[in-house]
Design a protein around this ligand. Sequence first.
Ligand code: TPP
Length: 440
Amino acid sequence: MPKKPEKPTSSKSVPKKSPAKPNRSAADAEAAASALRCYNIPDYRLEHPEFSIATERDSTTGETRYSVEGDLSADAPPIRDSKYLSREQCIEIYRWMLLNRKMEAVLESLYKQSKVVGGVYFGLGQEGCSCASACALQKDDWMGPMIRNQGALLVRGFSPADIMRQYMAKADSPTFGRDASSHFGDIRERNVSAPISMLGELIGIMAGVCLGARLQGRNIAGLTYIGDGGQSTGVTYESLNFAAVQKLGVVLIVENNLWGYSTPSDMQFRVKDLAERSIAYGIPGVIVDGTDPCQVYDATHEACERARRGEGPTLIEAKMMRMKGHAIHDAAQYVPRPLFEYWQKRDPIARFENYLVHVKKWLTRESHDKLVSEVDAFLEQERAAAEASPMPTPEEDRKHQGVYCSPECHEIKPKYGTVEFETAKTLAKSDTNEGAVHLK
Ligand SMILES: Cc1ncc(C[n+]2csc(CCOP(=O)(O)OP(=O)(O)O)c2C)c(N)n1
């Protein structure tokens, strides 16, 4: 039976409230706002830090300075046990994280030796998020990494030498020396779209990839990432809304690393948690500690499973801290030092090492140190190979036909066969897929 509409409340029946206190504290205002909020977002974190960045402008110099307001004294939380990861998988993720961090240290030293063409971007402090999320993908899924997700590129099958060659613009780098930094992918074998500089564009690409797979009769997960700054772009909204409406398997990790270049996240958005934005898209959202690989893996795994079941996108907010500047040229002097110290205690690699060696005892000190030496030795080989690679020559470069190639240059075959559209006639007779109808 339909519910009887409720009577509108007359203004007379509204109980009289005492007038709002002037100058109520920020905490009172926050509590009042929370009381109005009527949705809950699952939050896997084991701590809920409460601090914010205050902005001061120096009236004489006009310079902007930031300071932290709130309590930064808490010890780091433990790693949360994964619901899905085995001992071997945890050790594997740890190995990827080490490789990610140590490879970036090599890139920094190559840059300092003037061997890098252009800048270097780092994911320091974000390795757990990049590596654990990429580990949740299956072979048929897709990934659209951003510039800080070099760990995800490693997991998806690029070698450290590929990434080093790319930064050094070598002839045998993934883009043959045309692009420095990580603007490369592999749409044939590894299902990786290249990062796109225009922030937010990758979300639409991943939605399109998922739609393409749907039209060919399968649902896949399309994992991509966006920063706390980048998620403010219009294309982020448009793309995720499209994915939500079409139930496409986009898994969007919003890497809330507290800074978008030199702008603190407190100056970028008014919501408390960026995962709240999922409510407006009508999709599930979840908050994880981005420095805890088990939380990141579990949330991404669950989102990918939903995606593969055709249930649509998920927004995962991973909270963490960008532990270096935007790129190597940026000393991040605008970041208040206590904030670095707070997040240093939450270093994902140190905490995961402690978890594996001391909490779970899945690695002994010896087996841990052996793993670290193996990563070091592997990276040394990769560095030597990348440095030995030749620089491109004009003759060699011509073979690659320039930046824009003509249609006959090389064939891109449809990944899953040709798309079969339903016509209006056949549609009437058969169960057809909704995407194909829309395209007609
Ligand atoms: C649409 C668009 N606007 C501006 C830029 C310039 N830009 C490049 S990176 C960046 C900051 C991004 O910050 P965030 O999204 O938080 O990612 P983070 O660097 O912190 O990982 C900006 C503004 C861009 N690339 N694209």
